[in-house]
Write a protein that binds this ligand. Sequence first.
Ligand code: MF3
Ligand code: CO
Ligand code: CO
Length: 251
Amino acid sequence: MGIERLAPRHVARMRAAGRAAAATLAHVAAHLRPGMSTAELDRLVREDTARRGARPSQLGYHGFPAAVCTSRNDVVCHGIPRDDERLEAGDIIAVDVTSELDGWHGDTCATFAIGEPSPEARHVLEVARRCRDAGIAAVRDGVRVGDVGAVIEALAAREGCGIVREVGGHGIGRAMHLPPHIEHFGPPGRGPRLRAGMAITIEPIVTLGPARVRLDADGWTMRTLDGSPSAQFEHTVVVTPTGCEVLTPPP
Ligand code: MF3
Ligand code: CO
Ligand code: CO
C-alpha cells in the first residue's frame, strides 16, 4: 500500500484530531496523583475524549479493552488500566492517548513522574523525550525513514540507553495505524522517503541498557525483561518541505 500525502484541508482535520488527543493527554496529566488507579485514568480519558466530540481510537482496537494505554515503570507499552493498579510516589507512567475526531486520528504519549522517581527512572524519561524530539527534528521532505531511526538510536546509545525494537511509529490519518512503519533504530539511508503531506508518528520507547522485553499473559502488556523502568514519548507530525509540523502540541 502506498503512503498517502494529505491535502491541506485534510491536514487541517488532522490538526483538529491531534489537538483533541493532546488536550486529553494534558487533562490526564493535570489529574495525576499518588493513590489513584490507572482505571481512573481510563475514565478521565473516556470523559474528556467524549467532551471533545471524539472517540478513543484504541478502545476495541484488535480487542484492546481500554481507552488509553497506561504503562507504569517496567511496562514498556500497551499497559491496560486496572482498578487494582495504583500510582505510587516514585513511579513513572507513560500515558498514550489516541483520539478519532470526524474520522481522523491523533496519537500522542508522554511519560510522567509521580513524586520523586529514582535517578535512573528520571534519566530514561528525559532521554525518551529527547529521542522523540531528535527524531522529529530529523523529519523533512526527502529524508528516509531509516535516517530518522538512526538519529534516535544514536542519541539513546550516547546516553547509555536502548530502544525497544518491537514497537515503532507509523503512518496515521483516517486510521490509527497506516504505512509506513517507522523503526526508531537501524542504519540511515534505508526505507521509504518521507514526503510533504505524509502524517506519521515518532514514538521511541527507551530503556536503561539493552532493550529486552517480554509480553504478559494478557497478550498486551509489554515489560522489560530485567524489570528496569522504561519511558515513551510520542507526537503525530505532518511532513513539510523544510521539516514537519507537530499535530499534537501540548495545549
Ligand atoms: N497509541 C498506540 C500507538 O502509539 C497504539 C496502541 S494499540 C492498543 O501506536 F491497542 F494497544 F491501544
Ligand atoms: Co502511535
Ligand atoms: Co500512541
